[in-house]
Design a protein around this ligand. Structure first.
Ligand code: GLA
Length: 393
């Protein structure tokens, strides 16, 4: 998926270890791996207290780490020439450490704010999760660092609290107003399963998602579309949803049942707000319907729900871009059972549910449609649900 990396490149865990030993002239105390994720369905529902259904990717970020005296953190990354180094004063000032180092400082900040004695540490990062493709490379980094620091410091950090802490790093330190989905996915997913998450109470159900047994595959296609205004548009969608919930007198849009949707829409002042609300309310229902079908082992039947989710994001929530719509249309025309954009929108990836033997044909059709329109060629990967964050042996 990462263009330019030779096929025989060393394993990501070996690269993290090598980064540590070369950078610090010492062996790490351990290595922690966190995956990227795709969301099967349930977009822009998390910050509306709703439902999501992501699964972890086999692409991982690995952090090799060891202790360092005092309140000092040094971080090396294979994508940077120089290490980032910070102490308590920088960690305690949100936004002070910028760029990729900000996610690491943000985790230290969130842990310290929650009252944990965060051990000083040296870290080295390597990653196969592509950056800026909407596959949660930032959540993977946060999760790997959080788990490494918790283990190094022997912190009593219940697994169920970890996603909120990682999310706080992103919201409070880096300054991105994202929901709880990505951090929950990378920390809590299990191999072979999708994670059905209730974003209000953070309860989860691991839903078996055996694509091989169903003779199916999920093709993930990176649209390569430049992220245009993604941050501002994300924040404005979130604000619109919160305003609409206020107008409807509910704590969050999750509290509008799909059966009451028409009555709720009648009470809203303008067409744009009505369309935003319709997306969120119907999307929550599509997540529940998808879960029902998966529980019943009727995997191929989720296809139309994926496609309906895409139409809702395109027409009602208005977060797709031409590259993304082209990829979805081409995948469907080439026989995908369903296809949709995954992630926050304005670029990023689409996923297509395809017969296992149709993967190549669908990928080829998307590439051809791209070439016809003069878009930068997309990259593809077939995704099987992988484990969440772990300490490596
Ligand atoms: C981004 C955010 C998530 C979620 C999705 C949209 O990935 O980080 O919290 O809101 O967008 O579903």
């Amino acid at each position: 998926m990462t263009p330019g990396r030779p096929a025989a490149a060393p394993d990501v865990a070996d690269r993290a270890t090598a980064g540590f030993s070369q950078g610090y002239d010492a062996q790490p105390a351990g290595r922690w791996a966190a995956p990227g994720r795709v969301n099967l369905i349930g977009e822009h529902t998390d910050y509306n207290d709703g439902f999501v259904l992501p699964f972890a990717l086999p692409l991982r970020t690995v952090v090799a780490a060891g202790p360092q005296p005092g309140e000092r953190w040094t971080v090396r990354s294979e994508i940077a020439d120089r290490p980032v180094d910070f102490g308590a004063a920088e960690a305690d000032s949100p936004g002070r450490v910028t760029g990729w180092g900000g996610y690491v400082a943000g985790v230290v900040w969130a842990l310290r704010e929650a009252g944990y004695a965060v051990p000083g540490a040296r870290l080295a990062i390597a990653s196969d999760v592509p950056l800026g493709s909407g596959l949660s490379s930032s959540a993977a980094l946060e999760a790997a660092v959080l788990t490494a620091l918790a283990d190094l410091g022997g912190l009593d950090l219940p697994a169920a609290h970890r996603p909120r802490l990682a999310q706080r790093a992103e919201n409070g330190y880096v300054g991105a107003p994202t929901g709880i989905m990505d951090q929950s996915a990378v920390l809590r997913c299990r191999a072979g399963h999708a994670l059905f998450l209730d974003c209000r109470d953070e309860s989860v159900e691991h839903i078996p998602f055996d694509l091989d047994a169903a003779g199916l595959a999920i093709l993930v296609i990176d649209s390569r579309a430049p992220h245009r205004h993604a941050d501002g548009e994300y924040a404005s969608r979130r604000a619109a949803c919160e305003r609409a919930a206020d107008l409807l007198g509910v704590p969050a849009l999750r509290d509008v049942p799909v059966a009451d949707l028409d009555a709720a829409l009648d009470r809203l002042p303008d067409d744009e707000t009505r369309r935003r609300v319709r997306h969120v309310v119907t999307e929550n229902q599509r997540v529940r319907d998808t879960v029902e079908l998966l529980r019943a082992g009727r995997v191929p039947e989720i296809g139309p729900l994926l496609t309906a989710s895409h139409a809702s994001m395109r027409d009602d929530f208005e977060i797709t871009v031409p590259e993304i719509d082209t990829a979805v249309e081409a995948a469907l025309a080439a026989g995908a059972l369903g296809a949709r954009m995954t992630g926050g929108g304005f670029g990023g990836c689409i996923l297509a549910l395809v017969g296992a033997d149709r993967s190549d044909a669908v990928a080829t059709a998307v590439r051809a449609a791209y070439a016809e329109r003069g878009f930068t060629a997309p990259t593809t990967l077939t995704a099987l649900p992988a484990p969440g964050t772990t300490r490596l042996p």
